[in-house]
Design a protein around this ligand. Sequence first.
Ligand SMILES: Nc1nc2c(c(=O)[nH]1)N=C([C@H](O)[C@@H](O)CO)CN2
Length: 119
Amino acid sequence: MDTVHVEGLKVDAMIGVFEWEHEQPQPLIIDLVMAWDQKLAAKTDDIKLALDYDAVSRAVTELVQKQPRQLIETVAEEIAAMIRETFSVAWLRVKVAKPTAVKEAFQVAVQIERGRKLD
Ligand SMILES: Nc1nc2c(c(=O)[nH]1)N=C([C@H](O)[C@@H](O)CO)CN2
């Protein structure tokens, strides 16, 4: 299965279950793996036939910054639904990490996979 990746996308967001977390943004680090058949894009050398990782990254940043949320699980689900619908991605993996959440940990994260894998 061919895939397109976005790794380490940093988005400052209002995120958390505590009140103070809605008063100042915290960084989220987002990793995406998205199924996309590369054959047509490679054959034609045409961005219109590729899954544009720049457009995906901008859309994810806009979505995450749109409103405050409590859980990183909610962020992951909303990202997955938006990418599947807006970019016609059949399958994807979304990881959302919150590096400042647990002082003793390098970072904490959730990861989900949605859709059906391509052959
Ligand atoms: N599974 C989760 N656990 C926790 C979350 C979360 O989003 N998902 N969030 C918090 C707090 O907001 C925490 O990050 C504050 O440091 C606690 N547990």
